[in-house]
Design a protein around this ligand. Structure first.
Ligand SMILES: [Zn+2]
Ligand SMILES: [Zn+2]
Length: 358
């Protein structure tokens, strides 16, 4: 199929999409598929619900201007041959999508740090996302290598989780973890569990998970955590015991609960690094004593989203069986039940929820 015949074929085609109109207002709508000549459209096979989607659903977000289709953890099928500049992805291939739409001309894009683009747009935030039958892939994603073909041994629902896995890998780029050193993950959700698996399998660290949901803490235990702690008044002592009184060498904040920030500063060891992985509700401040940072030589880092290169690395790790993504999937819903899927995510029921019927 040539590009122009494809464009003609798509024009007039309609799709079902979950349209976000504002807080607590999502409506399944019929929508026209539109795209520019150099963009692509993929048919969505699976789109996972992120904590971010739940936050936007409840409160809106300054990046999101409704009406808009949410969903940025996407696996879909190509409908045409796509020349990426790195090679050709054949029509009918399954792909994972980097939701980052870079401008390709700013200082960060020049260094391929597309997630930091000064003119960043994102699928599922500023542009329509994957809670729909089809999603448009802007040409900037194609050119930056953000469409990654996934091998047959990965299910589409696992393909949807390559994006959050890539985000975790981005966080680890800012950490220096030695074998046997201690990693404390604050947050027992799917993202906390992915951090657990990476810390254990790729870094051979001694890992503890702190959380608030008993069933999830149980999951962390069965997924190989060396220590698991329900968050309460005793957790600080428990973590200090776990680390032989030294505190954790690495602390990963994988929850949007502001309590986690202060807690992180209490259990971080000398010379430790704290990574703030999660986004937080607006208007949060957190107090840091500069002398505590200075005298203990603490580093605090943040990480946001990921680059196409990290999505490729995530795909390799998952397809080689080094990271098992299906372990963090608990529920599957059809698009018609998108609100239930979001409420499950918000209510910490199960782990990752996937939309896989459109
Ligand atoms: Zn996400
Ligand atoms: Zn840019």
């Amino acid at each position: 199929m040539t590009l122009s015949s494809y464009t003609v074929e798509l024009s007039g085609l309609r799709m079902r999409a979950a349209m976000f109109h504002g807080p607590e207002n999502i409506v399944i709508t019929e929508k026209k598929i539109t795209k520019g000549i150099h963009d692509a459209v993929i048919k969505v096979d699976a789109c996972a619900v992120c904590g971010y989607d739940a936050r936007v659903y409840r409160n809106g977000h300054k990046k999101v201007k409704p009406p808009l289709v949410l969903g940025h953890e996407i696996c879909g099928m190509t409908l045409q041959d796509i020349n990426t500049g790195y090679g050709t992805i054949r029509s009918g291939s399954r792909v994972a999508v980097s939701p980052v739409i870079p401008c390709l001309s700013c200082e960060f894009c020049n260094k391929r740090q597309y997630n930091l683009c000064n003119n960043l747009r994102e699928i599922g935030s500023t542009d329509d996302g994957g809670f729909a039958e089809y999603v448009k892939i802007p040409q900037q994603i194609i050119k930056s290598g953000g469409l990654v073909q996934i091998p047959d041994n990965l299910k589409s629902e696992e393909g949807a989780l390559l994006e959050p896995l890539a985000c975790c890998l981005n966080g680890f780029e800012h950490l220096k973890i030695e074998p046997e050193s201690s990693v404390l993950i604050i947050g027992d959700g799917p993202i906390g569990l992915l951090h657990l698996e990476i810390s254990k399998k790729l870094y051979q660290a001694k890992v503890a998970v702190v959380g608030k949901i008993a069933s999830r803490i149980q999951c962390a235990r069965s997924n190989g955590a060396d220590g698991v702690f329900m968050f309460d008044d005793e957790t600080e002592d428990e973590v200090m015991n776990f680390t032989d009184g030294k505190g954790a060498n690495t602390v990963i904040v994988a929850t949007g609960n502001p309590e986690a920030l202060e807690f992180a500063t209490k259990i971080a060891s000398k010379n430790s690094t704290i990574n703030i992985f999660s986004g937080f509700p607006n208007n949060n401040n957190f107090f840091i004593d500069p002398n505590w940072l200075h005298y203990n030589q603490i580093s605090i880092t943040g990480s946001f989203s990921s680059t196409p290169q990290m999505l490729q690395n995530a795909t390799k790790l998952a397809s080689e069986g080094k990271i098992n993504l299906s372990r963090v999937i608990s529920h599957r819903y059809s698009l018609d039940n998108i609100e239930q899927a979001i409420l499950d995510t918000e209510g910490f029921r199960g782990l990752r929820v996937i939309i896989d019927k459109f």
